[in-house]
Ligand binder design. Structure first.
Ligand code: FE2
Length: 278
């Protein structure tokens, strides 16, 4: 990596890397952006430490990778910044977002490419890690027979499974939420690799199967893809940043620090319609 302007240190052989030698609070050159993009595609999630940056610089960093996505159901909106999602847990929290394995907003017909999280405050006694699981590796580890079986299947992802319960008024309003049908295995539009694309949060059922078959197969796939062998775990510090690929990863927010406080801002980058190509 000596000819690079950034330094990339892998967290595990298969998923996650820490990036050193870059200040996201300053202007980034084309070379730095391309090196970051390439580390992101290779490692699926990249981490940065000690990044002090304004809201405007944070958004400018996100725009290097695509159009900024406006989240359909922000739990904590950030006034004046619709592209930002507030991340907040404290002594009043009854739950936190992301405490189930998921890919962000997979109920959107065009789910986000990725998300970037900047943490401003960490829990006093530690905790609050995020765990990431590679859906490339989970797919690759399946038997050839299972890969063939999954190739033609699609699944429905429903926003109301997650967002309806978020606020009491949502349950009574008759409001409709995003819903989409996606291939169970998606081909990554940039790397061409295949990834499992069903998750416990949003996926309701596999379209081509009977209800019992669908529930049974999803259970098998979830237990498989949640194995620690596909994972890396990130311990946050103040001003850490994570940028993850929503197309090839799932993640899980560990809420082990109640009643302590954890605060941050998330940006989400627009993506495209998932497809399967052999
Ligand atoms: Fe998430």
């Amino acid at each position: 990596m000596s000819n690079q302007s950034i330094e990339v240190r892998k967290l595990t052989p298969s998923v996650g890397a820490e990036i050193f030698g870059v200040d996201l609070g300053g202007e980034l050159g084309n070379r730095e952006v391309e090196e970051i993009r390439s580390a992101f595609l290779e490692n699926q999630v990249i981490f940065f430490r000690d990044q002090k940056m304004s809201t405007e610089r944070f958004k400018a960093f996100g725009r290097h990778f695509g159009k900024l996505y406006i989240h359909p159901e922000p739990r904590f909106p950030v006034p004046g910044h619709p592209e930002l999602l507030g991340i907040k847990a404290d002594e009043t929290s009854k739950s936190v977002a992301g405490e189930v394995w998921h890919s962000d907003v997979s109920c959107d017909p065009e789910p986000p490419l990725g998300s970037i999280l900047h943490i401003h405050e960490i829990p006093a006694n530690g905790g609050g890690d995020t765990v990431f699981a590679s859906m490339y590796h989970a797919y690759d580890a399946l038997s050839e027979s299972m890969k063939k079986f999954l190739a033609g299947l699609t699944a429905v992802h429903e926003g109301d499974r997650v967002y309806k319960a978020r606020r009491p008024e949502n349950q009574k309003s008759g409001k409709t939420y995003l819903k989409a049908e996606h291939p169970v295995v998606r081909t990554h539009p940039e790397t061409g690799r295949k990834a499992l694309f069903v998750n416990r949060y949003f996926t309701s059922h596999i379209v081509q199967l009977k209800a019992d078959e669908s529930a049974g197969l999803l259970d098998v796939l979830y237990r498989h893809l949640e194995s620690p062998i596909f994972q890396c775990r990130f311990k946050w510090q103040v001003n850490s940043v994570a940028f993850w690929d929503n197309r090839s990863l799932q993640h899980y927010a560990v809420w082990d620090y109640f009643p302590h406080r954890r605060l941050g801002h998330r940006l989400t980058i627009c993506g495209d319609k998932p497809f399967y190509r052999d």
